[in-house]
Design a protein around this ligand. Structure first.
Ligand code: DOR
Ligand code: ZN
Length: 345
């Protein structure tokens, strides 16, 4: 049995940190394990301009120690008003690494998202031309489509037609949850990749109902059947460069999770790298963690691989019940439980 593993400092390619007090509480958890993270733009109001992204980046840097080695990689929110001009400026700016598309109404803070894909074709073409990656929350929002089928339908109804109409567009299917998505990504050319969360690798949909309804296991896309979880584990640990780490750690105040109509989102940042290590260890694939946790994503985005290293030690580690921010708390994944690894140092 391996007792420690040293890997290149990883990058989280899909992270929610919010802003204000929540940001100050959650950001150190990620900065402690990762060298960089791609920060999602679904703030209230969403990050739709380069100026807003710059201000958000400044807030992030101010919340970190001055000598931090952590780099926030910024993204823009795709609204129907996003222009080709902004894409060109974002591309030249150096700080914007991607544009995130939420189908309107699909998830938390997605009201300003897109519902007319014909209307955004010109902007997508400029993204293809400039090499700006499109990140998709891949779920249809049609109320008639079962919540467990929304990802598979998005591939058929939206993603495949868009990719056919805009050849060369670089796309990341974020937080994939189904066997269909794994197969689609594997069959596509090198312009398509996918992120996979730790919680979708560790849980199937039973986890939402085990011992009563558990709002801390509610996220979007929703957890799926065991056969889908197995397909995700196989993909993540396969060594394929098309799959990489994106935790989708999504903190919400406890009261907004534990209530009628609670928010979607699982807060994994406190231990996400260690949670991924559990999955890779179980599959005898710890030697592939480094690629999944940094190289594959960096190469897809065309950004430098991190230079430093992080050592993970195999040691049962307690996860706190909650973390305080202001008057409120955020409850982490496996609150009060344990994770089998810890980050050394
Ligand atoms: O579970 C989720 N939470 N899925 C998302 O797509 C958004 C995220 C959030 O921002 O809370
Ligand atoms: Zn997300």
């Amino acid at each position: 049995m391996q007792h420690a593993i040293t890997i290149s400092t990883p990058i989280d390619f899909h992270l929610h940190i919010r802003s204000g007090r929540m940001l100050k509480t959650v950001l150190p958890h990620t900065a402690n394990e990762y060298g960089a993270a791609l920060i999602m733009p679904n703030l209230k109001p969403p990050v739709t301009s380069i100026g807003q992204a710059e201000a958000f980046k400044k807030e992030i840097m101010q919340a970190l120690p001055e000598d931090t080695a952590f780099t926030p990689l910024m993204s823009l929110y795709f609204t129907r008003n996003l222009t080709s001009q902004t894409i060109r400026e974002a591309s030249a700016s150096g700080i914007i690494k991607a544009v995130k598309l939420y189908p309107a109404g699909a998830t938390t803070n997605s009201d300003s998202g897109v519902n007319d894909y014909e209307g955004i074709r010109g902007t997508l073409e400029t993204m293809a031309e400039t090499g700006m990656p499109l990140l998709v929350h891949g779920e249809v929002t049609d109320k008639a489509v079962d919540v467990f089928d929304r990802e598979a339908r998005f591939i058929e109804d939206i993603l495949e037609p868009v990719r056919r109409q805009v050849p060369g567009l670089k796309v990341v299917m974020e937080h994939i949850t189904t066997k269909e998505a794994v197969q689609y990504v594997l069959a596509a050319d090198e312009t398509l990749a996918a992120t996979i969360t730790a919680h979708h690798l560790l849980l199937n949909r039973n986890a939402m109902f085990q011992g009563g309804m558990n709002p801390h296991h509610y996220c979007l896309p929703i957890l799926k059947r065991e056969r889908h979880r197995e397909a995700l584990v196989k993909a993540a640990t396969s060594g394929s460069k098309k799959f990489f780490l994106g935790s989708d750690s999504a903190p919400h105040p406890k009261g907004e999770k534990e209530c009628a109509c609670g928010c979607a989102g699982i807060y994994t940042a406190y231990s996400s790298l260690c949670l991924y290590a559990e999955v890779f260890e179980k599959e005898n694939a710890l030697d592939r963690l480094e690629g999944f946790a940094g190289f594959h994503g960096a190469d897809f985005y065309g950004i430098p691989r991190n230079k430093g290293t992080v050592t993970l030690v195999k040691e049962e580690t307690i996860i706190p019940d909650s973390f305080t921010f202001g008057e409120d708390v955020v409850v982490p994944f496996r609150s009060g439980g344990t994770v089998g690894w810890r980050v050394a140092g």
